[in-house]
Design a protein around this ligand. Structure first.
Ligand SMILES: Nc1nc2c(c(=O)[nH]1)N[C@H]1C(S)=C(S)[C@@H](COP(=O)(O)OP(=O)(O)OC[C@H]3O[C@@H](n4cnc5c(=O)[nH]c(N)nc54)[C@H](O)[C@@H]3O)O[C@H]1N2
Ligand SMILES: Nc1nc2c(c(=O)[nH]1)N[C@H]1C(S)=C(S)[C@@H](COP(=O)(O)OP(=O)(O)OC[C@H]3O[C@@H](n4cnc5c(=O)[nH]c(N)nc54)[C@H](O)[C@@H]3O)O[C@H]1N2
Ligand code: SF4
Ligand SMILES: [Mo]
Length: 697
């Protein structure tokens, strides 16, 4: 039988952006595996994506548009409808809403279901801008860190994974790459075999921490103080690189003065890390060169996350480690290639930008925080806010509004889709064209459709083209094919990034990933920092102008936990715990948490609790517990372990309520915003635990 091999790219929210190959016979994918020639993927895919055909051919795939036939307060009932009916109905409702309230009453809500340039980037820009819809502040993930790194270094550039082979010390800070950036690990393990030391800083003994030489467990959200304490010791003990600081930074005198207050004793009190350990780590980091600092976004999902990341970025500067092979910072490569904004968004041909709605405040926004006009329609694609966004109870309440017209474009009947008026079936990555850059490496990978769309499913871009036509928009950039869009964006971006010159969909076909080489390969080894001063900004005038402290400061993070006078007896302060809900090993946020084999491997929804905390609440290992606060509750199975620090409990994100008993960890998480960029603050989450009666309540 005829077999074709099609190259693709993993679209999920992961820095690795692996290349893969699908073998197709008679329009059906029969084999799926890593591209052996891709130097990041290196012949293997992670546990989540290896069984991808189970995802693509999952029996729960949506195959036709659906219209809801009962109230949104009830279990949904659906009637299959044609695409023509669905599009007409959406267009009719939107025209009425625009006439009565204006286009800002429509809110598109998308995030990282796919990271493709076409189906995420262009699909969340062009059509919505032309419509004049509300703008979504996309701050659920790493907005504060991005801003902190950009303001300090001028751009997000990162050492290639393999440079860790040159590091003598690796400091992984609030990051769990075994689960979240798996292709970094073989390089790290090789380095460790060659003698590189690994220090992990995380309140949880993660899979990554288990392989460390030294695991430090600070109190959550105190890392800013920890970093400032390390810097204090370095300066006190004259381990800093004065010459480097003078040549390549601004604000060193101010920072030096500011560090005086972060004494080891005070920092020990704040962080729970002893003064002796703090001093030891400061000496280790400052004297073992090159040393690589690696963090991602989990660390900064706290109210003080922006300033925390600022403080961390000072470490390589104070020790003169930026620009050194095997040293510096490995955060994100996103700054190397930014698509031409006009080609993506078409602002110059659209009405003035609509008002901005912070995605972390979805529930509150739907319930009246956003007025003039109120949100009357929500269009969700590539996101699952009922499971992934914070404070689920409020989102559920908002989505139940009878006057809200909700459209959800999805592959599956997610918790969010269950609140839709209209559900539209989406293609999977094997059925759609897209182009992928990465945030952990610098390859560019074309994803070619390997198989025809399942059922009547359509890609994000194809649906938006239909909607543009329905709304009467005649601009050619709203009717272009995916291939035409990608070619246009490539050509427009090549003007500034010559590495893209001449690239088109046609000539990327059949090639897999191509590596884009940026100069210099060691980030900042040319000592060019694209900040306003051209230097590392220890002191940031820009931050001062934005009303922030221009020096990295530590402020304690707090969460009222929704505790009110009415329920305060139920939630006594001395029994409060901080719940951290980081990445699950077998899901990407909520993607894959409906796949039987992966669910089985992840096990029952659990919460890790320290033996002392378990004992104080009479919770036995394996018991079901209610985890609750004033926002909501979730039932989880207790895992009693010293793998979390006392006072901290851990339960991974990602579960769907409709696969279990209705709730999940985000029923407890806070929708308060962080210090920078409207950042989410999931991990500052005060909860209380109590035994669930008879293990079955
Ligand atoms: N398997 C898998 N991979 C993923 C994802 C997934 O869901 N599953 N999600 C993807 C996405 S969307 C992202 S943004 C990245 C995130 O990548 P990471 O940042 O590596 O992942 P997280 O688990 O969110 O957070 C990392 C660690 O931060 C720790 N942490 C939380 N608060 C603090 C703190 O105050 N101090 C310190 N020191 N540590 C703290 C947590 O315990 C956790 O172990 O991963 C991506 N990759
Ligand atoms: N408690 C807690 N919650 C968190 C976090 C945390 O650390 N703790 N992390 C947050 C972070 S870092 C992130 S990035 C967010 C991610 O939040 P979301 O972007 O909402 O991510 P997912 O939950 O993976 O939902 C993506 C959805 O898009 C769908 N999808 C995939 N591909 C396509 C497509 O091509 N078209 C369409 N129409 N749909 C598609 C998938 O089926 C899936 O249901 O979650 C956040 N949620
Ligand atoms: S989720 Fe990450 S590691 Fe897994 S296949 Fe996709 S890009 Fe690779
Ligand atoms: Mo994320």
């Amino acid at each position: 039988m005829n077999t074709t091999k099609i190259y693709g790219a993993c679209p999920h929210d992961c820095p690795d952006t692996c290349g893969f190959i699908t073998e197709v016979q008679n329009g059906r994918a029969v084999k799926f595996y890593a591209d052996p020639d891709n130097n990041v993927t290196d012949g293997w895919l992670c546990a989540k994506v290896t069984p991808y055909l189970d995802h693509v051919y999952h029996p729960g795939r949506l195959t036709t548009p659906l219209r809801r036939t009962n109230p949104k307060t009830e279990k949904p009932q659906w009637q299959p409808i044609s695409w023509a009916e669905a599009i007409t109905e959406i267009g009719t409702r939107w025209k009425q809403i625009i006439e009565q309230y204006g286009a800002e009453a429509i809110l598109p809500y998308s995030y990282s279901g796919t990271l493709g340039m076409l189906n995420m980037g262009v699909a969340s820009g062009r059509f919505w801008n032309r419509l004049g819809a509300s703008q979504l502040e996309r701050s659920i993930c790493g907005a504060a860190a991005e801003e902190a790194v950009n303001l300090t270094l001028g751009a997000r550039r990162a050492t290639p994974y393999h440079h860790v082979l040159h590091s003598k010390l690796v400091l992984i800070w609030g990051h769990n790459p075994i689960s979240t950036a798996p292709h970094f690990m073989p390089f790290l393990r090789q380095a460790q075999k060659n003698g590189t030391q690994l220090v992990v800083i995380d309140p949880r003994r993660t899979r990554t921490a288990k392989g460390a030489d030294w695991h430090i467990m600070p109190k959550p959200a105190t890392d800013g103080a920890l970093a400032l304490g390390l810097l204090h010791v370095m300066v006190r003990d004259n381990l800093h690189d004065e010459a480097w600081l003078e040549a390549y930074t601004v604000g060193w005198p101010e920072l030096k003065k500011h560090l005086a207050e972060y004494t080891p004793e005070k920092v020990a009190e704040i962080t729970g890390v002893s003064a002796a350990d703090l001093t030891k780590l400061a000496h280790l980091y400052a004297t073992t060169k090159p040393s690589l600092l690696k963090f991602a976004d989990g660390l900064q999902r706290h109210p003080n996350g922006g300033q925390t990341v600022r403080a961390l970025c000072m470490l390589p500067a104070v020790t003169g480690q930026y620009g050194i092979l095997g040293g510096g910072l490995c955060y994100s490569t996103s700054g190397y290639l930014q698509w031409d904004k006009e080609a993506i968004y078409k602002w110059s041909e659209s009405p003035a930008p609509g008002r901005v709605v912070n995605m972390n405040r979805l529930g509150a926004a739907l319930l009246g925080e956003i007025q003039n006009p109120p949100i009357q329609s929500l269009y969700v694609f590539g996101a699952n806010p009922m499971s992934a966004s914070p404070n689920s109870a409020l989102i559920a309440q908002g989505l139940q509004r009878p006057d809200l017209f909700t459209v959800v474009h999805e592959l599956f009947m997610t918790d969010t889709a269950e609140y839709a008026d209209i559900v539209l079936p989406a293609t999977s990555q094997l059925e759609q064209l897209d182009l992928h850059k990465a945030y952990g490496q610098t390859q560019l990978t074309l994803n070619e459709p390997a198989i025809p769309p399942l059922g009547e499913s359509k890609s994000n871009w194809d649906v938006l083209r239909l909607l543009a036509q329905e709304m009467g928009f005649t601009e050619s950039w709203l009717s272009q094919t995916g291939e035409e869009v990608i070619d246009e964006v490539l050509a427009a971006t090549a003007v500034k990034i010559p590495q893209l010159h001449g690239l088109t969909v046609a000539n990327l076909r059949g090639k897999g990933a191509i590596k884009l080489n940026y100069e210099p390969e060691i980030p900042f080894s040319d000592a060019q920092f694209p900040t306003p001063s051209g230097k590392v900004e220890l002191f940031s005038q820009t931050l001062a102008q934005m009303g922030h402290d221009p020096l990295p400061v530590y402020h304690p993070a707090g969460d009222e936990g929704g505790v009110t006078a009415a329920n305060s007896a139920q939630f006594p302060p001395h029994l409060a715990l901080n719940l951290i809900t980081g990445a699950a090993h077998h899901f990407v946020t909520t993607s894959f948490a409906n796949q039987a084999k992966l669910l089985q491997r992840e096990g029952e929804p659990f919460i890790e609790i320290h033996p002392a905390d378990a004992q104080a609440r009479q919770i036995d290992h394996g018991a079901w517990v209610w985890v609750e606060n004033g926002r909501g509750q979730v039932r989880l199975k207790a895992v009693v372990t010293d793998g979390v620090r006392p006072g901290v409990v851990v339960s991974p994100k990602g579960r769907w309520g409709n696969q279990g008993d209705g709730s999940h960890v985000n029923w407890t998480t806070s929708d308060a915003l962080g210090d920078f960029a409207g950042q989410s603050t999931y991990h500052t989450n005060t909860v209380w635990l109590r035994k669930a009666v008879l293990n079955a309540e």
